[in-house]
Design a protein around this ligand. Structure first.
Ligand code: SAM
Ligand code: SF4
Length: 332
């Protein structure tokens, strides 16, 4: 791959990590992601078919993409998810998935066949009633069981926890404790603003606050900083003698834009060059007309702003002005 073939933006950032949303649908209704009134479901024709999705993914690989993460909505509710995972597993990329784990037990063999080794699972509370209240469904037991199954089957499991003030901030230490005897990685994510999720500055629990909650429980001296991976959005730590690790994603208080290598492809075939950008590039319509989508992809990335999709910060103006999609229709 020559440098010329890569997808590079005007700030010299090379984009080799593609996140593909398989669907806007979900079997949960998490309060921070799915708007209260739900989302308008559209006809199937608006969304990429399996063949379109795989062909478009191949174009990205030709342009230097080395890692593909499947997301959504809930990627595993898509009827042809198995076929898509197997097909993408044949590409020369690291394949990963972010899921709520409800259907994971039906996919263990598929993940293995596709060579998928890393699974990120969202779980925002270890208290059953609270989990069910955040996700507005009654699936806690299933999720817990499937997380244990993934660990037992040897997958590298990361648990995503969106920390929200007065909702689950009191569970930070309990989550870190899961890593004492198990090789899991807990990732605390600052609550981010998206359309319809009632975000307020004070509802987010900051990186600093999360780390200080860990310090209060385990003591400053026991926390070891681990070297972060290149392009990683997570600042990683370990409690001394714990098997697993934990990390904090400070998307709001300290976004990781400098080293961003991510491109998002929505389920309806739009490229989003940043989670917070309002611009989208329609790849699917051009693909259907057999036009050159390589140029479109490059152009989309050349428009990428330096930070936060062009927003100076996440102040009240940003939230009021926000015409971004809801998270469920972007693909987190
Ligand atoms: N359904 C899958 C799941 O929940 O893991 C994949 C899609 S979900 C949109 C991807 C990730 O985005 C999840 O880890 C979720 O916690 C995170 N997410 C959704 N809304 C968020 C928000 N407002 N702030 C921070 N993270 C959010
Ligand atoms: Fe569904 Fe994931 Fe959004 Fe929760 S975070 S509503 S599981 S897409």
């Amino acid at each position: 791959m020559t440098e010329q073939n890569q997808i590079t933006d005007t700030f010299g950032r090379t984009h080799d990590y593609l996140r593909i949303s398989l669907t806007e649908r979900c079997n949960l209704r998490c309060v921070y992601c799915m708007p209260e009134d739900g989302i308008k479901l559209r006809d199937k024709s608006h969304f990429m078919t399996k063949n379109e999705l795989v062909s478009i993914a191949k174009t990205f690989v030709k342009l230097g993409v080395k890692k593909i993460r499947l997301t959504g909505g809930e990627p595993l509710v898509r009827k042809d998810a198995k076929e898509i995972i197997i097909a993408l597993g044949k590409l020369p990329v690291e394949l990963a998935i972010t899921t709520n784990a409800i259907l994971v037990d039906q996919f263990i063999a598929v993940f293995k066949e596709a060579g998928l080794k890393s699974v990120n699972v969202s779980i925002d509370s270890l208290i059953e009633e609270r989990f069910n209240s955040i996700s507005r469904r009654i699936e806690f037991q299933k999720v817990k069981k499937n997380i244990d199954l993934l660990i037992a089957e040897g997958f590298h499991v990361k648990l995503n926890v969106v920390v929200i003030r007065n909702v689950n901030e009191d569970e930070i230490a309990d989550f870190v404790s899961l890593a004492e005897h198990q090789n899991v990685h807990i990732r605390f994510i600052e609550f981010m603003p998206f359309d319809g999720n009632k975000w307020e500055w004070d509802k987010k629990v900051s990186y600093k606050e999360i780390l200080s909650a860990v310090e209060s429980e385990f003591g400053n001296a026991a926390i070891v900083k681990i070297k972060d991976q290149k392009n990683d959005t997570t600042k990683c730590f370990q409690i001394q003698n714990f098997k697993g690790t934990f990390g904090i994603i400070s998307s709001v208080t300290n976004p990781f834009c400098d080293t961003c290598n991510r491109i998002r492809l929505t389920a309806d075939g739009k490229v989003k060059n940043c989670l917070f950008s309002q611009d989208e590039t329609d790849i699917l319509t051009s693909f259907r007309k057999e036009e050159d989508i390589e140029q479109l992809i490059r152009a989309a990335i050349l428009q990428k702003k330096k930070e936060r999709g062009g927003h100076r910060n996440f102040d009240d103006d940003f939230v009021e002005d926000m015409k971004n999609r809801s998270m469920i229709t972007i693909g987190g």
